[in-house]
Ligand binder design. Structure first.
Ligand code: ATP
Ligand code: MG
Length: 560
């Protein structure tokens, strides 16, 4: 699907908000959402959907969106991830309300509310082991059993909980649970644990705490403290909603947020799970979180995706409650659309073949002015250098030309893009029989004119061998060979990594105007695709990443 298809994407969250506004159910009249990442990895394209939804929804209704780190698992979290996530949100073009927030900002209040639950006979310290707790919990067909510690007195619970906080117990010795119903059909209501002992250093609170709240307990209360009106999350949390509501109903919270769930984004030929992406990084299957093959926001950025292309993609896929898999081709088509309109054009020869123009004087140079963009005059002109020694793409020459060949062949003519028509007069080979050079002649009458008396086969790109910039070109393919690398639970998804996902060409050359191209600049290399300057570039060597090919050739190759 592309923008032209004119399909209006659905967003049922917007419908809910509109009816809430109409019914005057939005507290304070202002929609407040939040994006609540756990800082345990870098964000991926799935998170981009959630970011666009939360920030986009707030913006649409003149509300606010908070960025809140859900930092209740200190062992897996780090400042590196916090910084990377904040940068990704900013880069996508969104601005959060006020300062960055942390669930850990609310640890003291959450602790006080835990005391409140205990005092009201709604929470107890359980001394069952984790294993016993699991056994007592029952399963989907059998009700659970009450813990023998469930009826501890309020005084005993208060004392034990304080001692938990003071570090007098070891991890696993006890936990604080809320008293709901061990026979509830919804397992999440079978006296869930809301505080665990974790003797871990926390990136925000240091060693202040050795008990940490559960996600379920912390999340809704943090929403309430921030005045969040619509707490939007993915469908896995649907079964947690009754618990979310239970806390809001049983605590003296300052607001009444509501949780709404939407379907997470799944994209084929990749994975959207921080945990699994971390494995790829840790096991060095990729060069880092921002490897251009990664579906992380930082990887897509390095690959050459633009913020607008990712936002447009999220708009195109819509927001629903039905889980599905989105085709990678759709993401690619979003970036193609954006770069087609906005990327200046340039010529790059990725696998060079030497062409000598025998009738063009040695040492002479001629400049051609070409539009930076064929459809956008405002982008101006670029200067391209022509001379006796040129380079063309190896694959643009065939000694035995196939039928309907549109490029160069012995005795044939082609136009060099934006310059002259040349004719191939001689093919020079090395001892091994490889073609190493073509001797051609140019037709001086063909500058901006068609030749008379003969017809060129087509148009090919080229650069001046003596006046162009050496560069490295990195071509990428799908990271996985299987559409769903997670489908077979018995097989490790890493078995489906595509060994050919990166091809590096080190002999490439790009037109001289790109000499000072800066990191993250985007170009369309004519006939080849869209490329962007990699951060590995330095003054001696430019490195380009192919963001995407000009057309969706991949689908055709796969026979779809
Ligand atoms: P992961 O499994 O990749 O770690 P997560 O859900 O644990 O994802 P969080 O950091 O907790 O990651 O996610 C922050 C927000 O992004 C949550 O509201 C979550 O629902 C949402 N989110 C995560 N993955 C997706 C996805 N694939 N599609 C849409 N939203 C997502
Ligand atoms: Mg999570």
């Amino acid at each position: 699907m592309s923008k032209q298809d004119n399909v209006k994407p659905t967003n049922f969250i917007h419908q809910i908000i509109e009816s809430d506004i109409a019914d005057e159910k939005v507290a304070g009249g202002q929609v407040v959402t939040r994006f609540p990442p756990e800082p345990n990895g870098y964000l991926h394209i799935g998170h981009a959907k959630s970011i666009c939804l939360n920030f986009g929804t707030a913006a649409k209704y003149q509300g606010q969106c908070n960025l809140r780190f859900d930092d209740t698992n200190p062992e897996k979290e780090s400042q590196e991830y916090i910084d990377a996530i904040a940068e990704d949100v900013r880069w996508l073009g969104f601005k959060w309300n006020g300062d960055i927030r942390y669930t850990s900002d609310y640890f003291e209040q959450l602790y006080q509310w835990a005391l409140y639950l205990i005092a009201n006979g709604k929470a107890y310290v359980d001394s069952l082991s984790a294993h016993e707790m699991r056994e007592f919990r029952g399963n989907l067909t059998e009700p659970g059993k009450n813990s023998p510690y469930r009826e501890r007195s309020v005084a005993e619970n208060l004392e034990l909980f304080e001692r938990m906080r003071n570090g007098e117990f070891e991890e696993g010795d006890c936990a604080l649970r809320v008293k709901i119903d061990m026979a509830a059909p919804n397992m999440n209501l079978r006296d869930p644990v809301i505080y665990r002992i974790r003797k871990a250093h926390h990136h925000q609170t240091g060693d202040k705490w050795c008990i940490y709240p559960s996600y379920d307990y912390a999340h809704g209360q943090s929403d309430a403290l921030e005045g969040v009106t619509h707490s939007i999350c993915t469908l896995e949390f649907e079964d947690h909603r009754p618990l979310y509501d239970w806390f809001i109903a049983n605590l003296p919270v300052p607001a009444q947020p509501r949780q709404y769930e939407f379907a997470r984004l799944n994209l084929n030929y990749t994975i959207t799970s921080k945990r699994k992406l971390k494995l790829l990084v840790d096991e060095k299957h990729v060069v880092g979180w921002d490897d251009p093959r990664m579906p992380t926001i930082s990887g897509l950025r390095r690959r050459g995706y633009t913020p607008a292309s990712i936002r447009n993609f999220c708009e195109m896929i819509g927001v629903t409650r039905s889980n599905g898999v989105v085709d990678m081709g759709m993401l690619e088509s979003a970036v193609r659309d954006d770069l087609d309109a906005n990327a200046p054009r340039a010529m790059c020869v990725t696998r060079p073949l030497k062409v000598t123009i025998s009738n063009f004087a040695e040492g002479k140079e001629e400049w051609f002015e070409l539009p930076a963009h064929p459809k956008d005059e405002s982008m101006g002109l670029r200067k391209v250098s022509f001379g006796r020694n040129l380079l063309i793409e190896q694959e643009d020459f065939e000694e035995e030309k196939p039928r309907k060949w549109k490029r160069l062949a012995p005795g044939d003519a082609v136009r060099l893009r934006g310059a002259y028509v040349i004719t191939c007069n001689e093919v020079i080979k090395d001892d091994a029989g490889n073609i190493v050079e073509l001797i051609c002649s140019y037709d001086p009458a063909t500058k901006g004119e068609n030749p008379t008396g003969y017809k060129p086969n087509g148009v090919i790109h080229w650069v001046n061998a003596d006046h162009s910039v050496p560069c490295e070109v990195r071509l990428y393919d799908r990271l996985f060979t299987e559409a769903n690398p997670e489908a077979d639970k018995a097989v490790d998804f890493q078995n489906y990594l595509n060994s050919g996902s990166l091809e590096v060409l080190t002999d490439s050359r790009v037109e001289i105007g790109l000499k000072h191209a800066v990191a993250e600049a985007h170009y369309q290399f004519e006939r080849l695709g869209y490329f962007s300057v990699d951060k590995d570039s330095d003054e001696n060597r430019l490195v380009f990443n192919r963001t995407v090919t000009l057309r969706d050739s991949w689908m055709k190759i796969q026979g779809k």
